[in-house]
Ligand binder design. Structure first.
Ligand SMILES: C[S@@+](CC[C@H](N)C(=O)[O-])C[C@H]1O[C@@H](n2cnc3c(N)ncnc32)[C@H](O)[C@@H]1O
Length: 303
């Protein structure tokens, strides 16, 4: 069930600067109200996700990487120190170290159950806390909970949708990035977000504005990894961000954008008709016209 809390004010979206300022102020004012419901929702999902086919913990424990080909090919992290924001229960954080030769990874998430499971998985695959550590923290409070800087800051697949203010998000990234370091994100393309999940290639049904200035409040029994967990904490609040807002927030901190790549596959089954491939990418079958469902972006902090 999706429920809009109030009508978005699309008129102001034409002036990007005004739009961003108003979004940031309004959403951060209400953030405390949203964050506790989001944390409870994600904490309960973290109890269920390790048992799903979608996360396939068994294959991970047998040595398979949970990372997709995209980030493995676009981000050379071998031998480097990496900070993973919104790491969930740690499969990707641990895969960077065990499978991709990252020297050290720190994973951060605000859901206590996710962090506990991540530490347990680390112990099961015999990585030490020196190689991989997990910190429970809200993204916006990270500078108060972590002193270190890193050669790489990484985040992927289902991250900025949960954050109301990208200006403050980008500042956290810049704070924890060494001079000369690399930021990398792969996530859902904002252009795909307005479409209803019953859309097909022939019939795209817009359900939300692209310039959505209000939070989207939803109630679900589960998640993309299983729709029927019977959650107690069903309610969550998400925040749409146009592509220009994402790039501008990062550029405003002084990061130099190296690339933005757009991809015609989704990291989850965004439309009911989508089919997945062996790399866990979801495609529209018989797509007559391309649509971007994922973007990846790399940026450098000047030396
Ligand atoms: C879709 S998952 C991340 C996806 C990850 N790539 C994966 O599939 O394992 C989103 C994560 O963001 C975390 N999260 C949401 N809002 C957060 C916040 N404000 N601070 C820290 N973590 C947050 C949730 O707890 C959840 O683990």
């Amino acid at each position: 069930m999706r429920e809009q809390t109030s009508k978005p004010s699309i008129a102001i979206a034409h002036d990007k600067k005004v739009y961003i300022a108003i979004t940031a102020a309004t959403d951060m004012d209400n953030y405390r109200e949203y964050v506790e419901e989001n944390r409870a929702h994600w904490d309960e999902l973290a109890e269920h996700h390790p048992d799903t086919d979608s996360y396939d913990v068994e294959s991970f424990l047998q040595g398979e990487s949970s990372l997709r080909r995209l980030e493995r090919e676009e981000l050379d992290a071998t031998g480097r120190r990496l900070l993973h924001l919104q790491c969930h229960f740690g499969l990707d954080t641990l895969s960077w170290v065990r499978n991709e030769g990252v020297a050290h990874a720190t994973g951060v998430d605000f859901a206590p159950t996710a962090i506990e499971t991540a530490r347990d998985l680390r112990d099961q695959i015999d990585l030490s806390p020196d190689q991989t550590r997990f910190i429970e923290s809200d993204i916006y409070e990270l500078p108060e909970n972590l002193d270190d800087t890193f050669e790489i800051v990484f985040t992927s697949y289902g991250t900025i949708y949960w954050l109301p203010d990208l200006t403050r998000w980008a500042e956290v990234i810049a704070t924890h990035l060494e001079s000369g370091g690399t930021f990398y994100i792969a996530d859902g393309h904002p252009l795909a977000e307005p479409f209803h999940h019953e859309s097909t290639a022939e019939n795209l049904q817009a359900a939300y504005p692209y310039f959505n200035t209000d939070p989207t409040t939803e109630e679900f029994d589960g998640s993309y990894a299983g729709w029927d967990f019977g959650l107690e904490n069903k309610r969550s609040h998400g925040f749409s961000h146009p592509l220009g807002e994402i790039v501008t927030a990062l550029a405003d901190t002084g990061l130099r954008i190296e690339f933005i790549h757009e991809h015609p596959w989704s990291f989850f089954q965004r439309f009911d008709v989508m089919e997945s491939d062996e790399d866990n990418r979801w495609w529209l079958p018989d797509l007559e016209y391309d649509l971007p469902f994922t973007f990846s972006l790399k940026a450098q902090k000047p030396a």
